[in-house]
Ligand binder design. Structure first.
Ligand code: ATP
Length: 357
């Protein structure tokens, strides 16, 4: 393969189980013969504890300039109490590279993975579009009279017109362009907020949602308060298609949604700014309690790799990976969390072997 035509992938395994699942994802990609070349970066807790580096000064610019995509693991380590490295690397990529859309597909591969009764794969096939650069994650606010009985803590929830509008428009465009797994068109965008209590921010989201929806008359709109959405997601996941929401609600509801798919170990995601280098990462975090034990489920990371290849135009390789994971789930060739008996490495190797055929 000509060096020129290979897609360049920056790989940042990070901390904890990120260091176990990302190597499996890389092996699976290699097995498909995809035309990619990997450059690994050791940014994470070990590096930070060794020499104080979270990310080199030109890190974000270099990633955006020199790579077609980024594949990241997870960040967070109990030895770094402030979590400063995770904030600077992970939130840094999202904020500094302005990767404003966090796209998290929620797909049930096999009925055995869903804790709900009588729910089939066709019943769980939606996508959550989470705003990724605003909300409470900017960490604006402060503490006054710390440690006294009069202590005051504030945490600002930032919602800009520009930020709200672009994520809502992204959700409608996503809905217009994508189909469900069975090939049928996506038809509805649901906006989730808490505008009954958070009236200022919620009001902005409500107004913008209404305005942007007029540009997409073929798409149905729905609205749910986040508390009601949680209940409905468990009661009847069939009703969801594309869900758009703010940063924090997106974080919370996608853990719940991951539960419908078989747990955090099965969920994939991408952080996007259209036209720029995107960052792909499994939904789960570094999971310190299970790190280093060869028990973490690598399928979320492997499915994330499949999303990345599809995004880079390698549909055939992506489909091979998805088919191999599906087969592994059906044959119980996975880790314990999804009813298998294999370790992280064995499960990854099983999928790699299949994906390479
Ligand atoms: P973060 O805030 O960084 O997203 P978190 O605190 O939500 O992290 P995770 O690190 O994602 O938590 O994991 C929470 C728990 O979920 C883990 O301790 C583990 O039990 C389970 N878990 C997460 N990922 C996996 C995985 N890949 N395989 C198996 N279990 C997992």
């Amino acid at each position: 393969m000509d060096q020129q035509t290979k897609k360049r992938i920056a790989v940042i395994p990070g901390d904890g189980i990120g260091q176990e699942v990302i190597p499996q994802a890389l092996n699976v990609i290699r097995a498909t013969g995809a035309a990619v070349e990997f450059t690994e970066f050791d940014w994470g807790a070990d590096r930070y504890l060794r020499d104080g580096t979270t990310l080199p000064p030109d890190g974000f610019a270099m990633l955006a300039r020199d790579y077609d995509a980024i594949l990241a693991g997870a960040f967070g380590d109990p030895r770094v109490k402030t979590n400063i490295h995770a904030k600077e690397i992970l939130l840094g990529m999202r904020f500094q590279m302005d990767l404003y859309a966090n796209v998290r597909p929620v797909r049930l591969l096999d009925a055995s993975l869903c804790p709900l009764k009588g729910v089939e794969p066709k019943d769980v096939d939606f996508v959550v579009i989470r705003e990724n650069t605003e909300g409470v994650y900017g960490d604006l606010g402060g503490v006054f009279k710390k440690g006294t009985p009069d202590e005051i803590a504030t945490q600002e929830d930032i919602n800009t017109r520009k930020g709200v509008e672009r994520i809502i428009r992204y959700a409608f465009e996503y809905c217009a362009r994508h189909t469900k797994q069975d090939g049928s068109p996506r038809r509805s965008v649901l906006m989730c907020d808490k505008s009954n209590a958070m009236t200022h921010a919620g009001g902005l989201w409500q107004r913008v949602f209404k305005e942007v929806s007029t540009e997409f008359p073929q798409i149905t709109t729905q609205h749910l308060y986040v508390d009601a959405l949680c209940m409905q997601m468990v009661r009847d996941p069939r009703q969801f298609d594309v869900v758009v929401t703010n940063n924090m609600f997106g974080d919370i509801i996608t853990d719940l949604a991951a539960g419908l798919q078989g747990g955090l170990g099965m969920a994939a995601s991408v952080n996007i700014h259209p036209g720029r280098t995107s960052m792909f990462e499994p939904v789960h975090g570094s999971a310190p309690p299970i790190a280093g034990k060869d028990i973490a489920n690598p399928f979320g990371a492997i499915l994330t790799a499949a999303m990345m290849l599809a995004h880079l135009g390698m549909t055939r390789e992506s489909e091979k990976i998805e088919a191999a994971v599906l087969e592994a789930v059906r044959q119980k060739k996975g880790t314990q969390d999804i009813g298998g008996t294999l370790g992280t490495r064995e499960a990854g190797e099983w999928v790699a072997e299949r994906a390479g055929k």
